[in-house]
Design a binder for this molecule. Sequence first.
Ligand SMILES: [Zn+2]
Length: 91
Amino acid sequence: MKTSVTKLSPSEGQIILWKAGYGRIPTHTELAIRGINSSESLLCVLCFKEPESMDHLLCHCEVVSKIWKMWCFMWNVQLVFPEKVKDLIVV
Ligand SMILES: [Zn+2]
């Protein structure tokens, strides 16, 4: 029996979620932690109210939340957002 490599490898969405959960996506906050943020402000570029982090962008940003709510309404889906992106990762 031949097993496809694509069935064994994680999907692109799983990889992005893992990177987001472990601080591997270069948000303003992550770049500042590494000392390479050249931006004067760490604020979220969408709402300008909170520091830009993956937890903020995916779980708490009011702009992104509006988009998720519209998407949920269109597809008749209910979502419950976790406090942290890492909570979405199932080991
Ligand atoms: Zn925001």
